[in-house]
Design a protein around this ligand. Structure first.
Ligand SMILES: Nc1nc2c(ncn2[C@@H]2O[C@H](COP(=O)(O)OP(=O)(O)OP(=O)(O)O)[C@@H](O)[C@H]2O)c(=O)[nH]1
Ligand SMILES: [Mg+2]
Length: 363
């Protein structure tokens, strides 16, 4: 199966984002379309597709933590991206917020891709606590704008990607390695489905229409590996239920030929019990003996809301701006447009039921 047949592109944006994306494409191997994008020429890696943003403006030296400079640099060079996204329907952007380019360029790229009708899912790390308030502020200002432009976003605090006992100098590298591993697992789930197949359209629909989500993954082995996986995920800080209620769960189990039905059952039950028994649940498997022999990897995405009808996907910035503003779907509120919404248990009751329940009406 070649990458060409898959209309999905991985984009690594900014210096750390490029490193993570390159790590993902190395971990995944052939068949992944990946482009690295940075204002810093030194992010170019031999053998990888690379776009330098704002070469004339920033001379290939990076944006120096300036989000505005990075946005302008991205604007200068957006057309360069066009030839790389031909035939693409979904772009997965990986970036690290805190500097200039990761945040600034991701905002502009997401907007540009939306104009081209390409949906975007963004995985963005937020800075370590020890990096200081300036970087955190930089990250926060980019987060809200990215949320407005991208279809779905997964913010991953770097502090939660590494153990407290990790040595500081090692922490960056570990975080990059961990995230690369997790996203390459997600890629396998999308590209190499196993016995239990996630419907590709359903998967795209969920991933691109769900606003903010949470993402985590574990690798386990041994006789009680299924229970271990559930326990680790239930305790994962990346999936903390304190953040916001969950409306949908997507779970991928990647294993070798020894994956037992009972293990799948234990994982599915455990995850539903931990994160929501009455919410939409999608399960997929990847069976790859060569890669996962004896090991079992579980990838999980929690969605804070379910996507609306497929028709409204990739419907441009306006729709996404509304979606980012909270729980109200991107619809015209008609005769209610001048009155305050009637919110009950987090739902805008002025909207028709089929919209609130994300029921796909086949017009
Ligand atoms: N420099 C660096 N940053 C990392 C690394 N891993 C994660 N990061 C995080 O990435 C964030 C953004 O840093 P960079 O990627 O260097 O910034 P950038 O997006 O290239 O922005 P500019 O360099 O200002 O153009 C930092 O605040 C860190 O939280 C790493 O290996 N090196
Ligand atoms: Mg940089």
């Amino acid at each position: 199966m070649t990458g060409i047949s898959h209309p999905i592109l991985l984009l690594g944006v900014g210096t750390a984002g490029a490193k993570i994306a390159h790590g993902v494409s190395r971990a995944f191997g052939d068949g992944m379309r990946c482009v690295l994008v940075d204002t810093d020429a030194s992010s170019s890696v031999e053998g990888a597709d690379f776009i330098l943003l704002g070469g004339d403006r920033l001379a290939g030296r990076g944006a120096g933590g300036d989000i505005v400079a990075a946005r302008l640099a991205a604007e200068d060079s957006l057309q360069t991206l066009n030839s790389k996204v031909e035939g693409i329907r979904l772009a997965v952007i990986v970036t690290s917020l805190g500097g200039g380019t990761g945040g600034g360029a991701t905002i502009e790229i997401s907007k540009h891709l939306a104009d081209l009708g390409i949906a975007t899912v963004v995985f963005a790390t937020t800075p370590f606590f020890f990096e200081g308030e300036d970087r955190m502020r930089n990250a926060r200002s980019a987060m809200s704008l990215i949320e407005q432009e991208a279809n779905s976003v997964f913010f991953l605090p770097l502090d939660k990607l590494v153990g407290e006992e990790d040595v500081m100098q090692e922490a960056m590298k570990r975080a990059v390695d961990t995230l690369s591993g997790g996203i390459s697992l997600l890629w396998r789930l999308i590209m190499k489905p196993g016995y239990i197949k996630l419907d590709a359209d359903r998967l795209r629909h969920l991933m691109t229409g769900s606003g903010r989500g949470r993402f985590s993954f574990v690798t386990v082995q041994g006789p009680d590996r299924a229970s271990q996986a559930v326990e680790k995920l239930a305790n994962s800080e990346l999936l903390s239920l304190a953040d916001a209620p969950v409306n949908g769960i997507l779970c991928g189990v990647l294993a070798g030929e020894d994956l037992r039905l009972s293990e799948l059952g234990r994982i599915a039950d455990g995850i539903r019990t931990s994160f929501g028994e009455h919410v939409s649940f999608e399960l997929g498997t990847v069976n790859d003996e060569a890669t996962f022999c004896g090991r079992l990897c579980v990838v999980i995405m929690l969605f804070e809301k379910l996507p609306k009808a497929e028709k409204s996907l990739a419907s441009g910035t306006k729709g996404k701006r509304r979606r980012a503003s909270g729980m109200s779907p991107a619809v015209d509120r008609g005769r209610f447009s001048n009155s305050a919404p009637t919110i009950w248990h987090g739902e805008d009751l002025d909207l028709p039921t089929f919209m609130r329940r994300s029921i796909n009406l086949d017009f």
